[in-house]
Design a protein around this ligand. Structure first.
Ligand code: G1P
Length: 295
């Protein structure tokens, strides 16, 4: 039987962004720009390039800039049109033309599991992707597409993972897993034996960290409903997946590509520098400038 197509992607975006204060006091962290594009737009474009055009954003208080960003801006478009700024007009229109987005509110920040559960009615009884926009992934094949390929092979939930230094594992969900063959290739795909949210380095089952891309099945909502608050007193998606593992297999993909933690100041700076260096309009001048710095 062919597996159900993944048509929707959920973007939890209700977090308070405390790691970026004071920049995030009056603006959502998802709107901080990497060069000239807000962080969340990278994730939305990745979903689109992976064949998913139905976006659900779980927002909270003070997040209206996200809705405005993906909406039509008549004043701005009129102004650009009257001044014949065709290129800028195209860029601005591309944003609102991208996709149809639905929004749902998460009234309290009770954890990632809770945020995903808020999307239950909008997702309905079908598989869906979940994207944590803080994790910006630059890859030849979009990361969500890489996960979808594995989902389509096994017909089961799939998480993105990457190897991290052992001392960093306590910042992530961590999996215990064995390599499996998928589409003839071995080494990049794993069947998950167990998973744990933010373990101490000494207790972590591996150095494979969960990164913010998931293909989930609708039974995850029941699992989220069955768990109690875990790490940090929050309802954790990792704990819900652990619950789900009792009744179905779960898989993980060590994706190809480079991940930036744009929710962290240093990660954000690295992404900014590398993305700017790759830009056709900025890269050469920026490289010259960097070379001229006395470091
Ligand atoms: C969340 C997840 C965690 C995952 C991480 C990836 O944690 O709970 O399992 O490893 O995203 O970025 P957060 O960074 O929101 O604390």
């Amino acid at each position: 039987m062919p597996v159900a197509k993944v048509r929707k992607a959920v973007f939890p975006a209700a977090g308070l962004g405390t790691r970026f204060l004071p920049a995030t006091k009056a603006q959502p962290k998802e709107m901080l720009p990497l060069v000239d594009k807000p962080i969340i737009q990278y994730g939305v474009e990745e979903a689109l390039q992976s064949g998913i055009s139905n976006i659900i954003i779980v927002t909270g208080r003070g997040k209206s800039a996200i809705e405005d960003h993906f909406d039509v801006s008549f004043e701005l478009e009129n102004l650009l049109e009257s001044r014949s700024k065709k290129e800028l007009l195209k860029i601005v229109r591309q944003v609102s033309d991208l996709i149809d987005i639905s929004y749902i509110r998460q009234k309290e920040a009770l954890g990632l599991g809770h945020a995903v559960l808020r999307a239950k009615e909008l997702v309905g009884p079908e598989p869906f992707a979940t994207v944590l926009a803080d994790d910006v992934i630059d890859a030849a094949t979009p990361c969500i597409r890489q996960l979808l390929d594995v989902y389509e092979f096994f017909g089961a939930p799939v998480l993105a993972v990457m190897e991290v230094p052992k001392e960093a594992i306590s910042s992530y969900g961590c999996i215990d897993a064995e390599p499996v063959t998928c589409n003839g290739s071995k080494g990049q795909v794993f069947r998950i034996r167990d998973l744990v949210e933010k373990p101490k380095a000494s207790e972590a089952p591996s150095n494979l960290a969960i990164i913010g891309r998931y293909i989930l099945t609708p039974d995850i909502f029941d699992s989220i409903g069955s768990i109690t608050p875990g790490a940090g007193g929050e309802l954790q998606l990792t704990d819900a997946l652990r619950h789900q593992l009792r009744s179905r297999p779960l898989y993980a993909v060590k994706f190809e590509g480079k991940r930036y933690d744009a929710g962290d100041k240093l990660g954000f700076l690295k992404a900014t520098v590398e993305f700017a260096l790759r830009r056709a309009d900025l890269g050469a001048d920026f490289r010259e400038y960097l070379k001229g710095l006395t470091l």
